[in-house]
Design a protein around this ligand. Structure first.
Ligand code: ATP
Length: 721
């Protein structure tokens, strides 16, 4: 482009050229879609008509095949949001004059020539991989910005200026910078037009085994992983559409934030679940509530496995050792079993079978043991004797109380009783941990960490035998010997019946785990049940871990990988935060976590973070002022991030662009401006300490303000050097 000339008209000329191609694509797509529908309809009529006019099946198939490609494209286009940023977004000019257009879906003309190549096709790779060092035969890469079907902008990169075709005009400052400067909305956008080379490698990595994508904050791990899900569906549709892909993220807020990315890429067959929703398939409920730090830590640890096993083995009723556990009277003879005898029967059965599978066996063992006490010489066969014994109310009641069908929620809720915790955890947890555990079950609902424990209990207890009468579940009667096991809420929530024949969990062909550094060992076990034969994409950054023992979560990942083929990718550029913001965050985390993977920030705004200090009494007024200023300064979203105990006390005006979140709920999200209130409180209230503050400090795309209460916070100490 001649900079002294008329760039405006050059841009207009180029826009008109691209608009003509985009029009052609849409026209063709519409034509093809309606013809495919027509063919489908006529095809059905043909098959329904009489033999005289019957068309051979091969002809029908050929008709379908001819339009199948266009039909599939039109179907995927329908999934793409009507607000999408353009079906066609890229163009490559090759050194031999060949032009290729790249888009969200592939479209061919009547002669099968590609009008647009799907971004995931091999032929589209140079769009993402070509560099000035290795232009891959590309002279110019052009990114088109469209609003629906109108081309509104062009950004060019000249990759090979020495090429013979120096006549190509070059427009714009580069698509990446333009994309990064845009204001953020409430939903994450796809990056299909500006995927960078190192990201592209992770997206297109082969599907088998385990793919780990690491990198610091804002390096695109989440968005890259979502594009990878779309790529896997494209490159191996049979396997992954049928087997399913499950995407797991840290919170419901996060799932809402990312939910548009895959549909904007034309894919809607992926299941998204927050970590607190993973076991909804077997439990029928989910959770978004976080436990206090110590309880959360205990519940995530594999030490809970031992506690849960003990809990399952702990008898449900306390029997008086001085009295028979159960007795029956037959023909004037009293048959009795001692507490020691029934305990032995229980232990023997539980050594072989899961409780919910062993009800019949337990009943038979009790009846058999009572029957064997019948004096010799009675002329009654075993079956008759069992009927006589088993029909006695005292025996029936004993069996129902001693060996009921157990729902995981009932069993876990027993831990609300400190005596039960003492009995099952004294060898495993210390006194403070035991107290925190019992205390955590005082609220009537379960927490996010409980979901993995409940899922473990489904595995330990076994599915409930549907053949059994479910109304035999025992609830408290006045004077019952049973401890309280179930609340009405638990009962209502567990309406789902489990088929004992089927594997109770939903399983998937691929699991994509985001914020993997926060997945506790118990949660990894829950995830593995959803993908016993799955391949995995695992995304995380240990420096952002909320878990106190980073080594333990890393070990859990090593265990998961096992001997599976695996590959690692590291993303090295921070596309989110300006250098001014990220430098501050990096200086805070480094002394505490020297291994932090610190990316290079790609942008700088010249605006330094503002570190404010106010007295507690002045906080409300100051916060309102700072938030108003932030809302005026940026076009997009603003967040106030504060410790959970502080959030409820903050009074802020309602504004659709403003969110107030805890650091845990801010995981994975980003906002144009962020106000971090009470950084020291955030450090104190999270098991992850400073690493969780690091998460909060790395959320802004433009501006950061921190507010310390009553004097400079100690989190700032590393800044003094
Ligand atoms: N190639 C790219 N082109 C345009 N935007 C990009 C690109 N890569 C990343 N981004 C943007 O950078 C921001 C950060 O991406 P993302 O949230 O995926 O990072 P992350 O590594 O998961 O971050 P964190 O670990 O902090 O949660 C997003 O707004 C994303 O759209």
């Amino acid at each position: 482009m001649d900079s002294a000339g008329a760039p405006h008209s050059a841009l207009e000329r180029e826009l008109a050229i691209e608009q003509a191609h985009v029009n052609l694509v849409y026209e063709h797509l519409e034509k093809a879609a309606s013809s495919a529908k027509r063919v489908a309809a006529t095809g059905q009529d043909i098959y329904r008509s009489d033999r005289e006019t019957w068309v051979r099946e091969e002809d029908g198939t050929a008709l379908f095949e001819r339009d199948a490609f266009a039909f599939a494209a039109a179907k995927r286009l329908a999934i793409i949001d009507s607000e999408h940023e353009g079906l066609v977004f890229g163009r490559l000019d090759h050194s031999d004059g060949e032009i290729r257009y790249i888009g969200r879906i592939g479209v061919r003309d009547d002669d099968y020539e590609p009008l647009v190549i799907d971004w995931r096709a091999r032929a589209a790779e140079p769009f993402y991989r070509a560099t000035a060092n290795d232009p891959m035969d590309v002279v110019r890469r052009r990114v088109l910005r469209c609003r629906n079907d109108i081309v509104i902008g062009i950004e060019d990169d000249l990759l090979d200026s020495s090429a013979a075709r120096s006549d190509l005009p070059v427009i714009g400052e580069g698509a990446l910078m333009a994309a990064l400067k845009r204001a953020r909305g409430p939903k994450m956008r796809d990056i299909v037009a500006t995927i960078q080379a190192e990201q592209d490698e992770a997206i297109r990595a082969e599907h088998s085994g385990v793919t780990v994508i690491a990198g610091g904050p804002g390096t695109g791990k989440t968005v890259v992983a979502l594009h990878r899900a779309a790529y896997l569906l494209y490159s191996n549709r049979r396997r992954f559409e049928r087997g399913g892909i499950l995407v797991i993220g840290p919170s419901r807020l996060f799932m809402d934030y990312i939910e548009r990315v895959l549909p904007s890429l034309g894919e809607d067959s992926v299941t998204l679940r927050a970590i607190g929703q993973v076991a909804v398939d077997v439990l029928g409920f989910s959770s978004a509530r976080q436990d206090a730090a110590l309880a959360a830590t205990v519940k995530g640890s594999t030490r809970m496995l031992k506690v849960l096993k003990e809990l399952v083995a702990l008898p449900l009723i306390s029997l008086d050792p001085n009295r028979p556990a159960v007795w029956a009277s037959v023909k004037g003879e009293v048959l009795k079993l001692s507490v020691a005898q029934v305990d032995r029967i229980r232990r023997d059965i539980l050594a072989r079978l899961r409780p919910n599978q062993a009800r019949g066996e337990a009943t038979a063992a009790i009846l058999g043991a009572l029957r064997r006490q019948v004096p010799d010489g009675w002329d009654l066969d075993d079956e008759t004797l069992d009927d006589l014994i088993g029909s006695q109310p005292i025996v029936r009641n004993f069996l129902t109380e001693w060996w009921p069908d157990l729902l995981p929620a009932q069993v876990l809720r027993r831990l609300a009783d400190p005596d039960v915790v003492e009995a099952v955890a004294s060898g495993t947890l210390d006194a403070a941990e035991r107290a925190a555990l019992a205390e955590s079950y005082q609220p009537s609902d379960f927490s996010v960490a409980d979901i993995a424990l409940l899922d473990e209990l489904v595995a330990l207890l076994g599915p409930i035998q549907v053949a059994e009468e479910t109304d035999e579940l025992v609830f408290l009667n006045e004077g019952s010997r049973m401890q309280e096991l179930v609340t009405v809420a638990d009962q209502l929530r567990n309406v789902r019946e489990i088929d004992p024949q089927a594997d109770p969990q939903d399983t998937f062909a691929h699991l994509l785990v985001d914020e993997a550094q926060d997945i506790t060992p118990m949660q990894w076990r829950m995830l593995r049940r959803r993908g016993p034969a799955a391949s995995w994409t695992i995304v995380g950054d240990p420096a952002q871990s909320s878990w106190p023992d980073v080594a333990e979560t890393e070990q859990a990942l090593v265990d998961l990988i096992g001997v599976a083929p695996n590959r690692r990718f590291r993303l090295s550029t921070n596309y989110r935060s300006p250098a001014e913001v990220f430098d501050l965050a990096a200086r805070i985390v480094q002394p505490h976590f020297p291994n932090a993977d610190l990316p290079h920030a790609v942008r700088s705004t010249g605006i330094e973070p503002a570190l404010l200090t106010v007295s507690s009494s002045a906080l409300d007024a100051e916060l309102r002022r700072v938030v108003a200023e932030a809302l005026a300064a940026v076009e997009g979203t603003v967040a106030v991030i504060a410790a959970p105990s502080r959030i409820g006390t903050l009074e802020l005006p309602e504004d659709p662009r403003l969110s107030v979140v805890s650091p845990l709920n801010a995981k994975g999200l980003e906002f144009d401006a962020v106000v971090v209130v009470g950084p020291d409180e955030i450090v104190a209230e999270s098991p992850g300490g400073i690493r969780v503050l690091y998460v909060a400090l790395t959320r802004p795309t433009q501006r950061l303000v921190t507010i310390d209460l009553d004097g400079a916070g100690s989190w700032r100490e590393p800044l003094a050097d």
